[in-house]
Design a protein around this ligand. Structure first.
Ligand code: FAD
Length: 599
């Protein structure tokens, strides 16, 4: 372990730093609420400006929307239809920056096919749009600061005839298209990306505490926000924190969090549900992703390691924000939209997993009395009370810009000018040394018998830090082996998630550090004992704790499966909510009864 790792011990230090913040002269510069991509990005931005920063997350890192996206790092072709060139340009700039400099191991280029149904006019119309998309990326590549290399990060688009399309995507029905345009975007494992940003922020001096919930935002006598009251959910201890700036980056929880300040004003964010289904790769024959126009929006068919990910939907969600669930109707909709173009239709028996997420949709305008900056059409930064900054909206791809805008706003114009954001040139851990690591993989294959596929998997997930996985495998050769029931992952990866990436519970390991919960749905139950056994040793679980972790995971998996058989959101949510949480959030009643004891 190094200073850069996230562990239970570094979490303890973060809690201690929070507690110490009430001591004279020890107040934090920035307290970040929310450990999704936005909060993680803010922590990195603030820490790299030298600000004394702590980020807290009520659940596990990325447990909210940021582990449940379509996982595309993209400019957003559909914004071109709305003629929003600035937005597309900004997102393409970010796409290329992440691909080239910030996280070339985690973010990878991905080809997409846009099937055409009409010969002439559609080819001309869509072709012009995609050419513009590529052009905007080229403008980016030439002018963006920090991108540096001055080269395109993805190939130019190309037109495909019907015959070329059939060769590239044999699984497409013959009458589904007369040809296609192939263009490039990128994708990422979103939860992994968030953990990497938190790790990088930590390496730059930020403290980070997961399973730590803000239950009140406090004010001084003048009415300005001066800190918060937090609960360490692992111990139940409640304690106050002092900070010069508090930043609320809680996505769909924005309203709930701003209400903790007991003031008026703020941002209005609504939740829109999107679901995805996971289908085995061999079920659909194709070498690229598909982007399909539907009557409601677009549907993506995305190649993802050994699977296809197909989604998404876009429906208002009015139930509990914690556990959005896919219903049978959602799944049927996605299947039927995909089947509209597939040569061999898929059905429910092909669906090996699903997930549902909530988009934080920012409503226009701000609540009365709120000082705000509409910095982008997609996201807004606001301050309803001095000392409290709120950021909401946006998308995963543009998190770095959102983080910069939030910190600029929180510290004020003059300080932001004197101490500007540097994250355009801050590589995430694992990015530096990637080329070297790639060159040395042969030795690893020979030493551990890892296949090319395994090496690719490890490079993609850890970049240059593949050497740390190798060190774990060297220390205990049994850890160099794949998990018996989930051979895509090594036993060493479970160790690494605990000793380096802050995993505290079985759910963290199954759902976010790996994706075994939906990649290996049937086998997941079989793999659980092996994962739990590795975790128990490292986290000091006794038999009873291990049995509890396993039981809660099973109940969660059963509830997700049961919810997917219901027809409406209310029933799905009721079924899903019946499963216990491994670390329950503080309810309003629990907050009132808080022990207020110091750890
Ligand atoms: C279906 C779907 C598909 C998407 N696809 C894409 C895509 O392909 N590309 C793209 O760029 N974007 C995509 N997005 C958008 C993107 O995922 C979100 O914009 C982004 O993840 C939001 O991140 P966030 O950090 O703001 O919110 P979240 O990830 O939800 O993080 C907020 C965090 O705050 C925590 N929290 C809440 N209250 C408290 C409290 N009191 N104390 C401490 N912590 C608290 C929550 O536990 C949560 O983890 C998609 C979204 C969805 C739902």
């Amino acid at each position: 372990m190094t200073d850069q790792d996230l562990t239970r011990e570094t979490r303890d230090s973060a809690i201690q730093r929070l507690v110490d913040s009430t001591q004279p002269g020890r107040e934090l510069d920035v307290l970040v609420i929310g450990g999704g991509i936005t909060g993680a990005g803010i922590a990195l931005d603030a820490a790299t400006r030298g600000l004394d920063t702590v980020v807290v997350e009520a659940q596990d890192w990325a447990a909210g929307s940021s582990s449940r996206a379509s996982k595309l790092i993209h400019g957003g072709l559909r914004y071109l239809q709305m003629l929003d060139f600035k937005l597309v340009h900004e997102a393409l700039t970010e796409r290329d920056l992440l691909l080239n400099n910030v996280a070339p191991h985690l973010v990878r280029p991905l080809p997409f096919l846009y099937p055409l149904r009409h010969h002439v006019w559609e080819r001309a119309f869509v072709g012009a749009g995609i050419a513009l998309y590529d052009f905007l990326a080229t403008v980016t590549t030439k002018t963006a600061k920090g991108n540096g290399k001055g080269k395109r990060s993805v190939p130019w688009h190309r037109h495909l005839s019907r015959k070329q399309l059939a060769a590239r995507f044999p699984g497409l029905a013959h009458d589904a298209a007369v040809g296609a345009i192939e263009y490039w975007d990128a994708n990422v494992d979103d939860a992994r990306y968030v953990v990497s940003v938190v790790l990088t922020a930590h390496a730059h001096g930020a403290h980070a505490a997961s399973r730590t919930q803000v239950v009140e935002i406090t004010k001084n006598d003048e009415g300005a926000v001066n800190g918060a009251v937090l609960i360490d959910l692992e111990t139940g201890t409640t304690f106050p924190v002092r900070a010069k700036a508090v930043i609320n980056s809680t996505g769909v929880w924005t309203g709930e969090t701003q209400a903790l300040a007991h003031g008026s004003g703020g941002l209005n964010v609504l939740a829109s549900k999107g679901i995805h289904i996971v289908v085995p790769r061999e079920r659909i024959s194709g070498e690229a992703g598909l982007i399909l126009q539907t009557s409601k929006s677009v549907l993506f068919v995305i190649p993802w390691s050994r699977y296809w990910v197909i989604g998404t939907t876009d429906t208002p969600w009015k139930e509990n924000l914690l556990n959005p669930a896919a219903t049978a109707d959602d799944i049927d909709y996605v299947i039927s939209e995909a089947n509209a173009v597939l040569a061999n239709p898929i059905d429910r028996s092909d669906v090996i997993g699903t997930w549902a997420g909530l988009r934080p949709l920012l409503q226009p305008g701000t609540m009365e009395g709120t000082n705000s900056a509409q910095v982008s059409r997609e996201h807004t930064v606001a301050s309803p009370i001095p000392g409290l900054t709120i950021i909401a909206g946006g998308k995963f791809t543009t998190y770095r810009v959102m983080a910069k805008d939030a910190v600029d706003f929180a510290i004020g114009k003059a300080a932001a000018k004197a101490n500007p954001s540097t994250t355009a040139s801050v590589a995430l851990l694992g990015a530096d040394g990637l080329d070297n690591a790639r060159e040395n993989t042969r030795a690893l294959s020979e030493r551990f018998g890892w296949s090319d596929q395994m090496i690719d998997h490890l490079l993609h997930r850890y970049g240059a830090n593949i050497s740390e996985i190798a060190a774990i495998a060297d220390a205990d050769p049994t850890l160099s082996q794949p998990l018996a029931e989930a051979s895509a992952y090594l036993r060493a990866e479970i160790v690494y998630a605990i000793t380096h990436e802050g995993a505290l519970h079985l759910e963290d390991l199954m759902v976010r550090r790996t994706r075994m919960n939906y990649e290996y749905v049937n086998e997941a139950m079989a793999v659980v004992p092996e994962v739990a056994e590795i975790a128990a040793k490292l986290l000091g679980w006794n038999e009873q704790t291990t049995a509890h972790e396993v039981a809660v995971y099973h109940q969660m998996a059963d509830a997700v499966a049961a919810a997917s058989l219901t027809r409406d959101d209310e029933s799905a949510s009721t079924v899903r909510e019946a499963a216990p949480q491994i670390v329950p959030l503080a309810t309003p009643a629990a907050r009132e009864a808080g022990h207020h004891k110091q750890p």
